[in-house]
Design a protein around this ligand. Structure first.
Ligand code: BV8
Ligand code: ZN
Length: 235
């Protein structure tokens, strides 16, 4: 399938990537559900929720701090870089479930962070927002309005930002090539994006060493490989 892509890359004008934790695995950031899984030591559904944060803000804040420290050290890998380089050949949009900012760091210019960003924090009462670029506090900082600030990420049971989701669906339904890289496609609504592309007769490619749930249902053409294979796209 990659051979097909390599000699036809110029044919594709609107390329959309849907990425997940697997694309950052080679940058040393654990995935969510793999055996290196981030969730392994914690129960995702327990920590990545607003209830968990209000029940135990210190624990949830520390969990994000641990990930923040790891992400601040992480560098984009050749998969991120290959995606950024594709912008020389076509319009490329990255719809990522990741909150690590590595696509932007690798030079991708059009990235939609479907689930937010680990450097951003916000107040859940007023609309105050800020970024954490270096200094990591042990406890969630207080907002000027007196409430604690929380990670500006989408937790389970929370809706994705309306504008981000609308744009993501729009890009997915207008692309001629969708490459799904490094995601188990377990989490909705992000896992519905390949359906929008398929409905628009886009070519679908999945880069994942495993089969994923949606692949079967949508007979996605599976490319069993790691994110390392992405560089072939631009060689
Ligand atoms: C919503 C941000 C409407 C925070 C994340 C029952 C109860 C409650 C809710 C639900 C339910 N059933 C369904 C739902 C909806 C729920 C959901 O989908 N739950 C799942 C668990 C079933 N979704 C939501 O709640 C969403 N909101 O639906 O709003 C609504 C409103 C109110 C009430 C209900 C609904 C919000 C979802 C967003 C959650 N936030 N993250 C944070 O990061 O801390 S999700 C989290 O999972 C990350 O964003 C992560 O990216 C994402 C998806 O995981 P993956 O990225 O796919 O990672 P994973 O480890 O799973 O897979 C990695 C893959 O990479 C593997 O396939 C592996 O093989 C592959 N891989 C590994 N190495 C490589 C590789 N591939 C290539 N190369 C390699 N080297
Ligand atoms: Zn506030």
């Amino acid at each position: 399938m990659f051979e097909l892509i390599e000699d036809q890359i110029t044919k594709f004008k609107k390329i959309v990537f849907v990425t997940g934790a697997g694309i950052s695995q080679e940058s040393g950031i654990p995935t969510f559900r793999g055996n290196d899984g981030l969730w392994r030591n914690y129960d995702a559904m327990k920590l990545a929720t607003i209830d968990a944060f209000y029940d135990n803000p210190k624990l949830v804040w520390e969990w994000y701090n641990e990930r923040r420290r790891n992400i601040f050290q992480a560098k984009p890998n050749s998969g991120h870089i290959a995606i950024a380089e594709l912008e020389k050949y076509a319009e490329v949009v990255v719809l990522t479930q990741n909150i690590d900012g590595l696509h932007q760091k690798s030079g991708s210019s059009k990235v939609l962070e479907l689930h937010g960003s680990i450097v951003k924090i916000k107040c859940s009462v007023c609309d105050y927002r800020e970024e954490i670029l270096t200094e990591i506090t042990n406890l969630p900082p207080l907002c000027k309005c007196g409430n604690i600030l929380r990670p500006d990420v989408v937790w389970f049971g929370e809706s994705l930002p309306q504008d981000v989701w609308q744009n993501a669906m729009n890009f997915a339904s207008k692309c001629d090539l969708m490459i799904i890289a490094g995601t188990s496609l377990v989490v909705s609504p992000a896992n519905t994006l390949p359906i929008y592309a398929k409905q628009n007769n886009a070519t679908l490619i999945e880069i994942n060493p495993e089969n994923t749930t949606m692949s079967g249902e949508m007979n996605l053409e599976i490319r069993k490989t790691s994110a390392e294979s992405l560089p072939k796209l631009v060689s």
